[in-house]
Design a protein around this ligand. Structure first.
Ligand SMILES: [Zn+2]
Length: 274
């Protein structure tokens, strides 16, 4: 054990919509809180456009849905041991930015608000998304831009871009293709230009020890299992048999800008701070 292995850090995890934290970062956040670090989740929107692509859904898009999704986020955060949830309350842009929401807010304006939270928390680490915004939702791309700018403003030492190893993703999706249940948004051919190339990844975090809490985080959002893309995706993943779930969700990936990618990628998100 290195002498400073007991040092605790403060993490702010920035997300576009309630439920994004569950898929991309839940295991890492659960591991951080289990190790005694303080974690705050900041969400840019309440995800009120989340079910807009499902005509006749029991949950119609709008403010009521936003409140429900925010409550689900709080339950997810509690399952992960997070200390605090901050909702910035920007409008959910929708997949094609049809609502002119968070994705259309000037970067500096949103970054100033996130920087306030970073300052309050005295954050050591901020998590954002990769430059593709994962699969390309305009609000996710905006999380990348706003997050990096906010870290600059607040002087946050480490910025980690939550991503997925594209090679591992396409392989895993091909493995579950026979179920024919995988959401269309996750068709392997659509993933070939999404997320990140393995060569760019600096952190490969083993979260197999956190899978029960990651599952609880995902389940907290599953009251909308009959609804739109994000939630249907969660419902699908929650139905995966245990060994497959472990294979698909046992690892989380990050890119730390300014840190050279290493082989193997490091497992410790605080490696640059120790
Ligand atoms: Zn999202």
């Amino acid at each position: 054990m290195s002498p400073d292995a007991s040092r605790t850090f403060r993490v702010v995890s920035f997300h576009a919509h309630p439920d994004d934290e569950a898929l991309l970062t839940a295991g890492t956040l659960a591991r951080a809180t289990a190790e005694g670090h303080r974690v705050t989740i900041v969400v840019a929107t309440n995800g009120e456009a989340g079910l807009a692509d499902t005509p006749g859904s029991a949950h119609s898009p709008g403010a009521g849905l936003g409140a429900t999704r925010l409550a689900e986020l709080r339950a997810s955060a509690a399952a992960l041991g997070c200390a605090r949830v901050v909702a910035l309350g920007y409008p959910d842009s929708g997949m094609r930015n049809e609502n002119r929401g968070f994705a259309s807010v000037p970067v500096d304006e949103a970054a100033a608000r996130l920087a306030e939270v970073l300052a309050e928390e005295r954050a050591d680490v901020l998590t954002v998304y990769d430059r593709n915004g994962g699969y390309g939702h305009p609000d996710h791309v905006q999380v990348h831009r706003v997050g990096h700018r906010a870290a600059e403003l607040a002087g946050t030492a480490v910025v980690l871009e939550a991503t997925v190893d594209r090679t591992a993703l396409v392989r895993a999706l091909s493995a579950i293709r026979w179920t024919r249940l995988a959401p269309a948004a996750f068709a392997p051919e659509r993933m070939r230009s999404a997320y990140s190339d393995r060569a760019e990844i600096t952190h490969r975090v083993d979260v197999r020890g956190q899978l029960s809490r990651k599952r609880a985080s995902m389940r907290a959002h599953a009251t909308q299992a009959t609804g739109g893309t994000g939630s249907r995706t969660l419902a699908f993943f929650l139905r995966l048999p245990g060994p497959l779930y472990r294979r698909v969700f046992g690892t989380e990936w990050f890119i730390e800008r300014g840190r050279p990618p290493a082989t193997p990628a490091v497992d410790d998100i605080f490696a640059s701070l120790r």
